[in-house]
Design a protein around this ligand. Structure first.
Ligand SMILES: Cc1cc2nc3c(=O)[nH]c(=O)nc-3n(C[C@H](O)[C@H](O)[C@H](O)COP(=O)(O)O)c2cc1C
Length: 333
């Protein structure tokens, strides 16, 4: 029996796994979530790309409201993610979100972007562990919604995670999603599984895994190493292979006509929303979607220079007419 099959059988004996879609700014917003769910079936959970909380006593801005509009995510389990180090604003936002009907709020402690980190937010908050602990104790106590966290291991060195994890263990978190890289890694190098395993084994709350799960085999290897895994968050792997979660449930890979239909719906939805700028949105998507084709670089060359809607549509028609499909779509860094 193969390793993968053993892992699959073992994990089916336990409670159902949760597969969620990673928050990805500019990519996995409400439009993408709705169209993807319609074409490939809903994932168990979705996280919004990070939102800045509104000032206390004011409301979310227009862009955030589009992200949070329950009509756009009808029937989907959506967890809003906040990026902040201001406890009052976090608690205020959680109150607003509770009134909107959300049942959990997630804190971003992973964003590696220089400007975010310089302000002590995202993974930059991992530089000030005393401040972070005071923040988390405070918001967990005052937030009307359970608070989950998406974290990196630290700033520069995996060894930082020992103290980071100790800190989290003292806080009543709803869940901890571990992306086991440090800020300095950005998205380079292999994610480290041991710190995730340590979290899973020792945290008094559920732990989830995120990072480089790009195929069913990757998932099987993770489950073989850590059979207690209950929640896997999929990011770039699902953008490159929109059928990835379906395949993990034993379903078929994406067919060319299916990818075309998905693309066309996504494109139409963005054109409706932002007109000609849909081209730029879709070009970001193609950065990942090109891996559905046998020659991703050829696809990249066909779409990279187009700017106008009609040029874009012609380039996409050429891609689907001329470029052979990959056997299985798989993201590659
Ligand atoms: C373009 C881009 C945007 C992202 N935006 C967010 C975000 O808004 N919030 C967040 O917590 N993580 C964000 N991430 C990180 C992803 O959620 C995820 O942790 C990362 O892609 C690793 O998972 P993967 O290997 O499955 O893609 C972003 C990543 C990328 C590449």
């Amino acid at each position: 029996m193969s390793h993968g099959l053993t892992a699959r059988i073992a994990h089916e004996e336990f409670a159902r796994m949760i597969y969620s879609l990673a928050p990805m700014e500019g990519l996995t917003g409400s439009t993408f979530r709705a169209v993807h769910a319609e074409c490939f079936g809903a994932l168990d959970r979705y996280y919004t790309p990070f939102l800045a909380p509104p000032h206390v006593d004011s409301g979310f801005g227009k862009k955030a409201l589009k992200e949070l509009d329950p009509g756009r995510g009808a029937g989907l389990d959506v967890v809003p993610q906040l990026l902040t180090k201001n406890a009052d604003e976090f608690v205020w936002a959680a109150q607003v979100l509770a009134e909107m009907g959300f049942s959990e709020v997630n804190l971003n402690l992973g964003c590696p972007s220089g400007t975010v980190v310089a302000k002590g937010r995202g993974s930059g908050f991992l530089r000030d562990l005393d401040g972070l602990e005071a923040f988390l104790q405070d918001v967990c106590e005052r937030s009307p919604l359970p608070v989950s966290v998406k974290t990196r291991l630290g700033i520069a060195d995996d060894a930082e995670y020992e103290r980071v994890l100790e800190l989290y263990r003292r806080c009543p978190l709803a869940e901890l999603i571990v992306h086991p890289r440090v800020q300095k890694d950005r998205y380079q190098g292999a994610p480290r599984w041991e710190p995730y395993g340590e979290t899973l084994a020792t945290a008094p709350f559920p732990a989830a895994y995120n990072g480089d799960v790009f195929s069913v085999d990757d998932r099987d290897a993770l489950l073989a190493a850590y059979p207690a895994t209950r929640h896997v968050m999929l990011g770039r792997g699902l953008l490159a292979n929109p059928a990835l979660a379906r395949m993990m449930a034993g379903g078929p890979s994406v067919a060319p006509a299916e990818l075309r239909a998905f693309h066309d719906k996504l494109f139409a939805a963005y054109v409706d929303e932002i007109g000609g700028n849909a081209v730029f949105r879709l070009k970001e998507w193609w950065f990942y979607a090109k891996f559905a084709f046998a020659n991703p670089q050829a696809v990249h060359r066909l779409v990279r220079k187009v700017r106008k809607l009609d040029e874009y549509e012609a380039a996409v028609a050429r891609v689907f007419a001329n470029e052979p499909f990959a056997e299985v779509a798989r993201f590659s860094a």
